[in-house]
Design a binder for this molecule. Structure first.
Ligand SMILES: [Zn+2]
Length: 490
């Protein structure tokens, strides 16, 4: 066993984790009716007889949702089942007025696929079992601290289109689960089918978790963890549950199959119910929907519409723009960032310089909320212009940063920036005479320099840069200054 596998072992036990990710699709309307699919509207204003499950109302499948599902399974490298079936999943819940969810059970639209993750520099392929389409339930609101003694129900989300992506039990640590989830979110965003916003519930995740003694093939009894509202929450909940299971087993107890709710405030997982088996849901084919057929031509059309995916794009950036793998990974984090980088790199014809400025200055503004790669208020051409001026040594790097500040933070136009007045001093003669004057005016520091305090060169550089208002090329100043100082040794 390699060291990397050993690292995941705790007290002789190895965790086994599988994730079920629900992603809400960004279609205009819901999956089986024409109601708007929108977050944040006034409660219970986006409903109709179909999504409320009123008697006699019939569902009509939203083909945009199907297309998004196909896109995602293709992006994961899985297979599209060209004839899939919708089933009813029956259960009672206050925010599920139909009394059942329309989902896919034995014949889902997508199967298989792989997600490659990178944890601590080690790459690992994690399997995807299946992807299916389903409708969402409404939302129960329990307004904490508002003094409201009732729970309220908002049915706007009823019938919102979801895809559920089920992984193989391939993860061996909470870190791997975190990396998997990040990758799923990244691919969803690249493909453009889901916002990936976990706080708004657009992306939700349940985890199946068990532990087994190292060396044992057979999986231990698993529990299901629900109600995790952030990526870090998933990691924390998994850590909690792994410790709990190991402790229970070490004390001679056994794990019972159950569903646990993660309480982020108290940092504990609380038993919600004993886990249902599939047959508790009394699945049966949805009688109001015909089998879903995907033609060869449609499948091809969707395949061709797929954008370049993050890993492929990162490798291309390395070869095409000559940037390090690390940079390529950072710059392909989101599709918008990747597109912005590529536009700047093309225009400036210098990939590494474009990468440095985007990962440095521009990302700093983005992190501070002053710049948004998804909706940039400064064009890639303008950024490339600034980089080009620095590269050609017409302006100093420090004025380059100043120019960027004026463009990004002060929202100035490129034409308002004083490039002409900040031209770097390239006239060697002019620089030489300034250096001469500075040396003559500082006889005492010169003596100390000549006596062996060579660090004083920095003092002279500072004065010269001040004298030239930062417009002299520092490398050139250093070169000439050193020559002039050394020539004083007689
Ligand atoms: Zn509706």
């Amino acid at each position: 066993m390699s060291n990397t596998e050993n690292k995941n072992v705790i007290d002789g036990y190895e965790p086994v984790i599988g994730l079920e990710v629900h992603a809400q699709l960004v279609t205009r309307t819901k999956i089986f009716c024409g109601c708007e699919n929108k977050y944040g509207a006034e409660p219970n204003t986006l409903t109709c007889p179909v999504c409320l499950g009123l008697p006699g109302a019939l569902p009509t499948l939203n083909m945009q949702a199907v297309e998004y599902g196909i896109k995602m399974i293709l992006a994961l490298g899985g297979e599209v089942r060209q004839r899939s079936i919708f089933s009813r999943k029956n259960y009672f819940y206050p925010d599920l007025p139909k009394g059942y969810q329309i989902s896919q059970f034995d014949l889902p639209i997508g199967e298989g696929g792989v997600i490659a993750i990178d944890v601590d520099g080690v790459t690992k392929d994690l399997g995807v079992t299946r992807l299916h389409l389903e409708d969402d339930a409404g939302k129960s609101l329990h307004p904490e601290g508002s003094g409201d003694k009732y729970s309220r129900i908002d049915l706007n989300r009823c019938g919102a289109p979801l895809i559920e992506i089920v992984s193989e039990p391939d993860m061996r640590s909470p870190q791997e689960a975190y990396a998997y989830l990040s990758k799923v979110k990244q691919i969803l965003q690249y493909v453009g089918v889901c916002t990936g916003d976990m706080e708004k519930g657009h992306l939700r995740c349940d985890a199946n978790i068990s532990v087994r003694p190292v060396g044992q093939e057979k999986f231990g009894t698993k529990t299901e963890l629900k109600n995790m509202n952030s990526f870090k929450g998933v990691e924390r909940a998994l850590n909690f549950e792994i410790s709990r299971q190991i402790k229970t087993l070490k004390e001679g107890g056994s794990i019972s199959q159950q569903t646990l709710l993660w309480d982020e405030k108290k940092q504990v997982a609380v038993a919600m119910r004993s886990k249902e088996e599939a047959n508790d849901y009394r699945y049966f084919p949805e009688p109001d929907l015909t089998p879903l057929l995907v033609s060869d031509s449609w499948l091809e059309e969707v395949r061709e519409s797929l954008p370049e995916l993050p890993n492929a794009r990162a490798s291309r950036f390395v070869t095409e723009y000559g940037i390090p793998e690390y940079d390529a990974g950072v710059l392909t984090d989101t599709r918008h960032l990747a597109e912005y980088f590529e536009a700047v790199a093309k225009k400036s014809a210098d990939g590494k310089l474009a990468s440095n400025w985007i990962m440095g200055e521009l990302s700093r503004y983005a992190n501070g909320g002053e710049f948004d790669f998804a909706a940039p208020h400064v064009t890639a051409d303008d950024i490339a212009h600034v980089i080009g001026e620095v590269k050609a040594q017409r302006i100093s790097a420090s004025f380059g940063k100043q120019a960027l500040k004026e463009l990004v933070a002060e929202k100035k136009a490129l034409s308002e920036i004083d490039f002409a007045g900040n031209q770097m001093m390239s006239d060697t003669g002019e620089i030489e005479s300034i250096i001469k004057n500075v040396i003559s005016a500082n006889a005492e520091p010169l003596e100390r320099y000549l006596a062996g305090n060579v660090k004083l060169i920095g003092f002279f550089v500072g004065l010269i840069m001040k004298e030239t208002k930062g417009k002299a090329d520092p490398a050139l100043v250093n070169k000439i200054l050193r020559e002039k100082l050394e020539s004083r040794r007689t």
